[in-house]
Design a protein around this ligand. Structure first.
Ligand SMILES: [Zn+2]
Length: 340
């Protein structure tokens, strides 16, 4: 993994590569960004470069250390794991970082700890880590990867350099999808627009049959909901509920990521309707192949009703985060979409 192979994130790459060049790397970094934004890729490129036997500004990719890094068996890159999927405990931090960090690097000049999902550290775990971050051994670098920077104690934040992943420009994402992944133009467009600068998400969407299914659902509901009766709306709720049931676990639970993707797709659908209504043009529509239906919706809906839908979509996210019943929340959302 090399900096050079990463798409976008130029400012962050420059920052880290300059730090490596001038020997001014920090002992602790927070790398923040949503799922799929490339946090791990950046962390791994940084780690591999720090340990590379060529000591350049990027990993050479061919030395023994780089090969080990690529295969995830470089002994001086430590991936901190946690058994409880919902929490990183104080024991995890003590055993895998605090007790290990005192041992000098096995074969390199540095020892790099990568803590993924670091927002899952509880307060005790963060306090345990704090002791290490306050007085780290000279060779240690700790990388905290997180989707939520706000989850850290101020004392942790103040001792880390925070790097935030930025959206990758759409044209770079599209080029990558088409040239590297072989995705056709029309499909790349939809994924690029939906992913909003998140490269990992764009790639995932292109390969996802589920995404196509979700898109079809959103189009079906978006086209017809104005003319549906209450019991038919409940059928839609039921359909989305079934689609969003988590497949990984046996117990019944809703797959949050999936729900959020549905909400995003609805937002894009109604954004298209608003765009058509205000600009009267189809040039920038994301649901390009639905332009006739978008036009029809734009004619039938007022600005106030569209605003009401955008508010309802935001409201829905808040309610689901607050664990309000999924079916009830979706029913309220669809009823808001039905009111014209
Ligand atoms: Zn190398």
């Amino acid at each position: 993994m090399k900096f050079q192979e990463m798409i976008g994130q130029q400012a962050l790459k420059d920052h880290l590569q300059t730090a490596i060049k001038t020997g001014k790397t920090s002992h602790a970094y927070i790398i923040g960004g949503e799922k799929g934004s490339g946090k791990k890729m950046l962390a791994e490129a940084f780690a591999a470069t720090l340990l590379c036997e060529e000591h350049g500004q990027d990993a050479c990719g061919v030395c023994h250390s780089c090969k080990q890094a690529l295969n995830h068996n470089q002994p001086d890159i430590i991936y901190v794991s946690h058994d409880n999927p919902n929490q990183i405990s104080v024991d995890d931090i003590r055993q895998q970082i605090n007790n290990d960090i005192v041992v000098r690097p096995y074969s390199s000049s540095h020892k790099v700890y990568i803590v993924d999902e670091a927002e899952k550290m509880n307060v005790a775990a963060q306090n345990a880590l704090l002791k290490t971050i306050e007085e780290p051994p000279e060779y240690a670098v700790i990388l905290l990867l997180t989707t939520n920077i706000d989850a850290f104690l101020p004392t942790i934040l103040s001792r880390c350099i925070t790097l935030e992943m930025k959206p990758v420009p759409d044209e770079l994402v599209k080029k990558y999808l088409m040239q590297t992944q072989g995705i056709p133009d029309y499909q790349a467009d939809m994924s690029v627009n939906f992913a909003q600068g998140n490269l990992g998400k764009a790639v995932m969407l292109c390969r996802s049959e589920e995404f196509e299914e979700m898109r079809t659902d959103v189009v079906t509901i978006g086209r017809t909901i104005l003319d549906k009766r209450d019991y038919e709306i409940l059928n839609y709720v039921q359909m989305i509920n079934e689609r969003c049931q988590s497949k990984e676990e046996k117990k019944k639970s809703v797959d949050r990521d999936r729900v959020n993707e549905y909400l995003d797709l609805f937002r894009i659908w109604y954004r298209d309707v608003l765009l058509y209504k205000s600009a009267g043009s189809q040039a920038r529509l994301i649901f390009k192949d639905e332009k006739n239906h978008i036009k029809r919706q734009a004619e039938r809906r007022s600005y106030a009703s569209l605003n009401h839908i955008f508010e309802a979509l935001e409201d829905t996210r808040g309610k689901l985060n607050a664990n309000v019943s999924f079916e009830l929340t979706m029913e309220l959302l669809f009823k808001a979409m039905k009111e014209s």
